[in-house]
Ligand binder design. Structure first.
Ligand code: URA
Length: 305
């Protein structure tokens, strides 16, 4: 690197590139040289996957299923000519000898997620289950599980979209600038954030802060449903269009969805839910705060009643 950076202007450019990488979610180096995963995608060698049972095999294409089962120590190649050389051939020499210790994440079914989540009787056991759960692809790129902050049981549960960079580092939801605004919004209706239960529709940061996909939301949903049952709130507030659309299962936008009470069935009773604008949006669009304020007042009234 020192050979290639010759003056302070280049150093600034280099810093910009690094900041851009970080914003895009590229925050770890994997190997010496960059690899264009888009170009490689068609030929990535999957023969190193260790299958535990036939169900996991069924996740692969028929051609891949014909590839004999392999273990980490035992590379067996199917006669497909377009495959890229095995990953070990592309690593630096000192990396050849390192045994591959991390198994790939294979997506368990939503039914499996439901069974695991239902068996959890406390938030602590739900957290342990999430720490062990390898079914959400977001876990691969995230640093930490982001479960909840605030009270274990609370009259108000707040559900946002997804952890961002700050949340990923700290392992708690809404700890960055949007979280600070959220705390002030709650305070405006006399709720300390530690009295509410604050979480997201997914438990890991999507790379580059993109919105979570439907699949990522769906695999987290059984855990979120169980979390709602355990918290047993009177009222749930969804923050932003992504959370509201996913939770109400509607394509409608947040401007139509916000500020209206909707009941959803709970374990013990029907829960009153409402959506409002996301605090990150409010930071960019302060004029919209008056709409959020109207929604917050509805919540205050509901909680008083
Ligand atoms: N935005 C969210 O939706 N959730 C967080 O935890 C932080 C920012």
């Amino acid at each position: 690197m020192a050979n290639t950076i010759k003056n302070s202007e280049q150093l600034c450019n280099f810093r910009d590139v690094l900041s851009w990488y970080e914003a895009m979610g590229v925050d770890a180096t994997i190997q010496e040289q960059p690899l264009n995963w888009l170009e490689e995608a068609a030929t990535i060698d999957k023969s190193w996957i260790v299958f535990e049972n036939d169900q996991k095999r069924s996740l692969l294409t028929p051609t891949q299923q014909n590839t004999p089962t392999v273990t980490n120590n035992q590379q067996t190649h199917a006669p497909e000519e377009r495959r890229a050389p095995p990953l070990t051939h592309r690593l630096a020499p000192e990396q050849h000898t390192a045994p591959q210790t991390t198994a790939p994440l294979l997506q368990p079914s939503i039914e499996q997620a439901k069974t695991i989540a239902k068996s959890c009787q406390t938030l602590e056991s739900l957290q342990s289950a999430l720490l062990e759960f390898d079914g959400c692809a977001l876990k691969r790129t995230a640093k930490n599980l982001v479960f909840y902050r605030g009270a274990q049981q609370a009259p108000l549960m707040v559900i946002g979209e997804a952890p961002g960079r700050d949340e990923d580092i700290v392992g708690k939801p809404f700890v960055g600038p949007a979280g600070q605004l959220l705390d002030r919004m709650l305070k405006a209706i006399n709720i300390e954030s530690k009295e509410a239960h604050i979480t997201n529709i997914v438990y890991w940061r999507p790379p580059g802060n993109r919105p979570p996909t439907e699949q990522e939301v769906a695999i987290c949903r059984p855990f979120l449903d169980r979390q709602i049952e355990l918290v047993n709130p009177k009222t749930i507030l969804f923050l932003g269009g992504t959370a509201a659309k996913q939770m109400y299962q509607t394509p409608m936008g947040i401007t139509k969805l916000r500020g209206k009470w909707k009941k959803i069935p709970g374990d013990h009773h029907q829960m009153d839910t409402i959506a409002t604008l996301h605090p990150a949006y409010l930071l960019r669009t302060p004029i919209a705060k008056r709409l959020a304020w109207q929604d917050l007042q509805l919540i205050a009234k509901k909680l008083e009643s």
